[in-house]
Structures are given as structure tokens and as C-alpha cells.
Design a protein around this ligand. Structure first.
Ligand SMILES: Nc1nc2c(c(=O)[nH]1)N[C@H]1C(S)=C(S)[C@@H](COP(=O)(O)O)O[C@H]1N2
Ligand SMILES: [Mo]
Length: 210
């Protein structure tokens, strides 16, 4: 990748209004996380959903892969200032699970805590989790996630061009190596949020720190 190519692409998305303040376009896919990369065992792995829902759910890896899947193209924005545009994801949409009658929320569910391996957590309002720009992703650019990027499953959240009225949080709000969604009535700060990062984390308002 030449720097000229990078700057040409960046100018294009800037003109389109897709480059949030303080961000720079990258053509790479940086890896960012705290702690080690966990292993994966398809025989013991489960994905759970619990909290303010009618019935707790637990999916094996096989079961999870039989859920309806959807594809999504969006821009992702890391708080460390890199942005990546037109990234392609495939996975399970929480809204689709609700429409399929598999997931039944209680009216008290207002926030969602993503629980990942080693106790990593990320919190989001339920409304954001139900946007088309939030996905439980198994694939990136047509291939299963790399271990570094969250294999076998991660939350992802970003910006879909044309959906300006949706909230766009920074990319840390998607937990790699995701193992559970907890639906809660009261908000609870996640890992980076407790470390001083902004709770809403809106990229357009540049809400990086609290
Ligand atoms: N489990 C877990 N998920 C995580 C993190 C982490 O430390 N642990 N870091 C977050 C941060 S800060 C970012 S920017 C993105 C980076 O995703 P990537 O490594 O695929 O680029 O993952 C997020 N998800
Ligand atoms: Mo990050």
C-alpha cells in the first residue's frame, strides 16, 4: 500500500463525510486488545444470552452456525484514530433473532453487556445493539475471523453510510472472543469504559474519554 493511495482514499471518504474528526484512514487491519488470544474448542464453546429475557439461551458452536446469518458492510473507527472503510462482516443479527422468535426480550432490557473470554466486557444501549450496524460476527471479508480479530465470534459495531441517525460508537464496543450477551435494566461500564474511556463513545462527537 502506498501512502499516496492511502491519502487518495482518505480524501474520498472525507469528501463523502465519512471520516470522523481526529481519525485517519488505514488500509491495514490493526490488531488491538488487552491480554492474550484465547484458544477455541468447538466441543466445549458456548454462546449464552441471559438477563432480562424471557428464557436464557445457550448455543453450541454447531447450533450457533445454524442461526440465520446476515451480511453487513460498514466503516469502523478505533479510538486510537485509525478508521477502516467498507469492511464486510457476516454473522448473526440480534434483531433477526428477535424477529425469528428465538430471543424474547423483557421490557426491562435497556442495555447489553458483551462478555468475552478472560472477563473482557463491553456495554452498549439495547437500541444500538438492535441497529443494523451491530452484528455478532463470524466472518470478515468472506473468511472466518482470524484468531487475532476474535475467532470464532465477536461483536462489531460501526457506521453504515446513509444511516446518519444511528449511533456510531468506537470499535472497542465490539468484544472479540465473545461468549455471552447479558441484557440488563441498568447500565454497567465495560472494560475500557471503567478505564476512563467514554461510555457513549460517539465517533462523530469525538467522545474518546470521559
Ligand atoms: N475481548 C476483547 N475484545 C476487544 C478488545 C479487548 O481488549 N478484548 N479491545 C477492543 C478494542 S480497543 C478495539 S479497537 C477492537 C480492535 O479489534 P481488532 O483487533 O480486530 O482491530 O477490539 C475491541 N475488542
Ligand atoms: Mo481500540
Amino acid at each position: 500500500m502506498s501512502n499516496l493511495e492511502r491519502r487518495t482514499e482518505e480524501e474520498k471518504v472525507r469528501m463523502e463525510g465519512r471520516l470522523p474528526p481526529g481519525q485517519a484512514l488505514t488500509l491495514k487491519f490493526p490488531v488491538l486488545h488487552y491480554g492474550p488470544v484465547p484458544g477455541f474448542n468447538a466441543a466445549t464453546w458456548t454462546m449464552k444470552m441471559y438477563g432480562e429475557i424471557e428464557q436464557p439461551l445457550s448455543f453450541s458452536w454447531d447450533e450457533f452456525n445454524q442461526l440465520p446469518k446476515t451480511k453487513l458492510t460498514m466503516d469502523i473507527h478505533c479510538v486510537t484514530s485509525w478508521s477502516k472503510f467498507d469492511t464486510e462482516w457476516e454473522g448473526v443479527s440480534v434483531t433477526d433473532l428477535i424477529h425469528a422468535g428465538l430471543l424474547k426480550l423483557k421490557p426491562t432490557a435497556k442495555y447489553v453487556i458483551q462478555h468475552a473470554e478472560f472477563g473482557y466486557t463491553a456495554n452498549l444501549p439495547l437500541d444500538v445493539v438492535l441497529q443494523p450496524s451491530f452484528l455478532l460476527a463470524t466472518h470478515f471479508n468472506g473468511k472466518p475471523l482470524d484468531p487475532d480479530h476474535g475467532y470464532p465470534l465477536r461483536g462489531v459495531v460501526g457506521f453504515i453510510p446513509g444511516r446518519e441517525s444511528d449511533e456510531t460508537p468506537y470499535f472497542w464496543k465490539g468484544a472479540k472472543w465473545l461468549r455471552a450477551l447479558e441484557f440488563v435494566a441498568e447500565d454497567r461500564l465495560g472494560f475500557w469504559e471503567q478505564a476512563g474511556y467514554h461510555n457513549r463513545a460517539d465517533v462523530w462527537r469525538e467522545e474518546r474519554y470521559r
